[in-house]
Design a protein around this ligand. Structure first.
Ligand code: OGA
Ligand code: MN
Length: 197
């Protein structure tokens, strides 16, 4: 566990974008993937908004994924295991990097073929409690040509990240603009933010 935490943090420190190939165990990734497929079948994934409260708008021109928030109240054992893992990561991060994270929020996200999320920053204009963005992909057998790359614009360079199974990405929410390119296949992930409230 500590090794994957360490890999995620040290790649973040070196390149502004942290990457881990094994942040979640295979079992947990498998179970969370089944959760999202079940939610999809039950039509519980909903169009996501942009902005918050009165600025909250649903704008399919900007993003066209569907989401469902993880919640301890759901009492789902795999969500609870995921939260426990995130809490351990936060303890580690706060200890090693004095980041002062006090909370978190995560949602499942599903991009149907031909959907995308245009270039954006993850912080709302009126609140800045989102410190770090974290995304883990749950796509078995993602192939060249399937699209759906996460583009991260990092000063002069940009990075195209393929959403392959169990890959976790970690970056500062208010610093790096990023975009999800149009996907050709159904694209699954858990996306969230570590917050300082
Ligand atoms: C987001 C986001 C990136 C991805 O949900 O804010 O940028 O790769 N997601 O899914
Ligand atoms: Mn984003």
């Amino acid at each position: 566990m500590e090794t994957s935490f360490e890999n995620l943090i040290s790649s973040y420190i070196d390149h502004n974008v942290g990457v881990s190939k094994d942040f979640l165990t295979e079992d947990l990734a498998h179970n969370l993937r089944n959760n999202i497929l079940k939610l999809y079948k039950e039509q519980l994934l909903k169009t996501a908004g942009i902005g918050r409260l009165d600025t909250f708008v649903k704008n399919k021109e900007i993003r066209s994924d569907v989401i469902y928030w993880l919640d301890k109240k759901n009492n789902n054992p795999h969500e609870l295991a995921f939260f426990e893992h995130i809490e351990n990561f936060i303890l580690y991060l706060n200890k090693e990097c004095y980041t002062g994270i006090t909370g978190y929020e995560f949602h499942y996200a599903l991009y149907k073929p031909n959907t995308f999320y245009k270039r954006h920053l993850d912080q709302f204009q009126d609140v800045n409690n989102r410190q770090f963005s974290m995304i883990t992909y749950l796509n078995l057998n993602w192939k060249e040509g399937d699209g759906g790359e996460l583009m991260i614009y990092n000063k002069e360079t940009s990075l195209a990240i393929r959403p392959t199974n169990r890959k976790t990405i970690f970056f500062k929410s208010n610093e790096l603009e990023h975009e999800v390119l149009k996907t050709n296949e159904m694209r699954l992930s858990i996306t969230g933010w570590l917050r300082r409230d």
